[in-house]
Design a protein around this ligand. Structure first.
Ligand code: ADP
Ligand code: ASP
Ligand code: MG
Length: 407
């Protein structure tokens, strides 16, 4: 008998047939004696359609109202599953984010969970109910509906698991677990049985969308064991847990690719103290996250400053850069949107030289030009042209011995 949170993503609740399969899965656990909280996403494609609908209604949809709209996707699936469970004779209750006590900050569209008042969930569980929670949403201090950013149901699930001290948070999705790289890009990707929070976090940050970044941060902070597995079969998936001695000691454990990047260069910036602070201060004031930064040294007291931001923030970042460029006397602002960031990740990198060289050599072997490079203790990232992204992933996967046939 265990206390479980089971989260099902968009493809796992794509239609009524699929939701009935979810009901099979949930009741199987319940019948074994488990207490189950189910967290659901919207049906596949629904959140995108709601966004498109909002954009056809308003040029810049009001962010509060957009949250109200987007939250309906998860409201629908939660109610449908609860109905199906009740028809089968189970006690089940659906709860929207606010009813489940999910309290967030006020940043519409990317709210952070601050607290979970879990009494209602716990009471329902005590009554022997299956609790079905709408993922991706909460309420702020004003009582308004907020949403947690794309992929946010993962975070709802992990946060609830931590609040009710669940034994495990199961993330049911459309792949068998976390792979060494996106199995849809590389057919030689290999399923990882156990991965550390740290590596999983890097993979999520660097583009593996199988888990939302914040869900991994949450799991790591509160030590929530996460089991990523398929909703289409019964196979064991991937356990995301603390680093342990029995983890595979490989130098590189994963390769990721992120196409949500764009590049901005300010040309001939005066090489003086305070200039970088001005550029990046202005971007920070606009709540824009800057990823990579490179400053070239040039002669004559001038330098070029290049950085990357997400595609979503690109237009705003370009406007701000043009404004700052005028102010500080930079000659020009250059931009590039068709770029991608490929990264290799591994705890083993901490104690291994030569990873960067292997990476650069592999990319060079396919004539892929590297535009920007950044590194941390456990990863190396290169910005390349977007059209080479998939090729680069496959080449790197092979170069680091991750291809399935080689192990
Ligand atoms: P859900 O709708 O269940 O939340 P997502 O589409 O958000 O599912 O995430 C699952 C997808 O993540 C997979 O279909 C896969 O293409 C992608 N993905 C990217 N990188 C990886 C990886 N390293 N391992 C597994 N899946 C990955
Ligand atoms: N429905 C939301 C999205 O598509 C949240 C989620 O599925 O996790 O991003
Ligand atoms: Mg997802």
């Amino acid at each position: 008998m265990a206390l479980k949170v089971q989260k099902f993503g968009g493809t796992s609740v794509a239609d009524i047939e699929r939701i009935k399969k979810v009901a099979d899965r949930v009741t199987k656990s319940y019948d074994q004696g488990d207490k189950v909280v189910v967290v659901l996403s919207a049906m596949a494609g629904v959140t995108d359609r709601l966004i498109a609908l909002a954009e056809s209604a308003s040029k810049v949809p009001d962010s509060r109202e957009l949250d109200v709209l987007l939250a309906t996707g998860e409201q629908t699936t939660a109610a449908l599953l609860a109905m199906i469970l009740r028809d089968r004779g189970y006690l089940a209750t659906s709860l929207l984010g606010f009813q489940a006590g999910i309290i967030t900050d006020q940043s519409s569209g990317k709210a952070r969970i601050l607290d979970i008042e879990a009494d209602r969930i716990l009471n329902l569980l005590d009554q022997g109910q299956i609790v079905v929670v709408a993922g991706f949403q909460g309420r702020d201090a004003n009582g308004d509906i907020t949403t947690l950013g794309r992929g946010g149901s993962d975070t709802s699930a992990v946060a609830i698991a931590s609040a009710i001290k669940a034994d495990v948070c199961e993330i049911f999705t459309d792949v068998d677990g976390v792979y060494t790289t996106d199995p849809r890009i590389c057919d030689k990707a290999r399923k990882i049985n156990k991965i550390s929070y740290e590596e999983m976090l890097e993979m999520a940050i660097l583009g593996a969308k199988v888990l939302q970044i914040r869900s991994v941060e949450f799991a790591k902070k509160y030590n929530v064991p996460v089991h990523v597995r398929s909703s289409f079969n019964e196979e064991e998936g991937t356990m995301v847990v603390n680093e342990s001695a029995d983890m595979e000691s490989v130098v590189v454990s994963g390769v990721t690719c992120d196409k949500n990047e764009s590049r901005i260069t300010l040309k001939k910036v005066p090489d003086q103290p305070g200039i970088s602070a001005k550029i990046f201060g202005a971007l920070a004031d606009a709540n824009i996250m800057v990823d990579m930064i490179i400053q070239n040294t040039r002669s004559g007291g001038e330098t070029d400053v290049t950085f990357t931001v997400t595609k979503t923030d690109f237009r705003k970042a370009r406007e701000i850069s043009e404004h700052v460029a005028k102010e500080i006397g930079a000659t020009e602002v250059l931009t590039a949107e068709g770029i991608a960031k490929v990264s290799v990740i591994g705890l083993g990198m901490k104690s291994n030289a030569g990873v960067a060289a292997t990476m650069f050599k592999a990319l060079a072997s396919e004539n892929i030009n590297i535009r920007l490079i950044s590194t941390s203790e456990i990863r190396i990232s290169c910005v390349i042209e977007e059209k080479y992204a998939e090729l680069a992933v496959r080449v790197l996967h092979k170069a680091f011995g991750l291809d399935v046939e080689e192990r």
